[in-house]
Design a binder for this molecule. Structure first.
Ligand SMILES: N[C@@H](CCC(=O)N[C@@H](CS)C(=O)NCC(=O)O)C(=O)O
Length: 223
């Protein structure tokens, strides 16, 4: 049976959702983040040297990296479901979003987290206002314009089709759920983006999505 090494409030949530959508049985091996550092416990390194979630085991193979896991699971267990036909223009879009999620959308969200947390780190009291000022400046001049560009782009793309890779829901929507929820939590996704909110509502209403909420809790975004 497929084993999913699942860390609470993490990207491995998407793998559980994909397997629910495909109706493929799996077993969850659960890990809890350190409440102070939010890091994964050392035990996750026994599954994969980087100690990051998700990690999946199937048929003697160990897989890491969400996009690679999604490609593997859809190919091996999907029977053509949740992936647009090879050679179609939707397939090209599908591949694009599969890579965009981690390669382009997540980095500015991660930077936001870093600059929000930086002033909270232990430091001499007289340094804190300086660090706070630098972090604010970085967010306002560098990161927020980047986030806005991504929001404009995603909103525009969802104006062209119901789902990210066309008129059919696909695994690209599953992969995109993490960054879009991240934009909603701390990346400036507000009511001025009806396409993205409509997409989020459709995603959250899916029965397979709801089953994961019931099993392991909601998709929270930590880092
Ligand atoms: N690009 C990787 C990122 C993996 C990753 O950073 N996972 C986070 C969870 S969202 C993690 O395990 N963090 C805990 C840690 O770094 O200690 C993927 O998509 O699989």
């Amino acid at each position: 049976m497929i084993v999913v090494h699942h860390l609470n409030s993490s990207r491995s949530w998407r793998v559980l959702w994909l397997l629910e959508e495909l109706g493929v049985p799996y077993q969850v091996k659960a890990y809890q983040r350190d409440p102070r550092t939010l890091r994964a416990p050392p035990a996750l390194r026994q599954a994969h040297p980087l100690g990051k979630a998700p990690v999946v085991e199937d048929d003697g193979r160990t897989l890491a990296e969400t996009g690679a896991i999604v490609e593997y699971l859809t190919e091996r267990h999907g029977g053509g479901r949740l992936v647009p036909p090879a050679g179609s223009s939707d397939r090209l879009r599908y591949t694009y979003w599969l890579h965009y999620a981690e390669g382009s959308a997540m980095p500015p969200l991660l930077l936001t987290l870093v600059f929000l947390e930086m002033p909270k780190a232990p430091m001499p009291f007289f340094v804190r206002p300086i660090v706070r000022g630098i972090a604010k400046q970085a967010r306002q001049t560098l990161i927020e314009p980047m986030l806005k560009e991504h929001l404009d782009f995603m909103e525009g793309e969802l104006g062209k089709s119901t789902w990210f890779a066309g008129e059919a829901f696909s695994a690209a929507d599953i992969v995109m759920s993490f960054p879009v929820e991240g934009f909603a939590a701390r990346g400036g996704l507000d009511a001025s983006r009806p396409k993205l909110w409509g997409w989020l509502e459709r995603v959250r209403a899916r029965p397979a999505y709801q089953r994961v909420v019931e099993n392991v809790g909601p998709l929270d975004i930590v880092g």
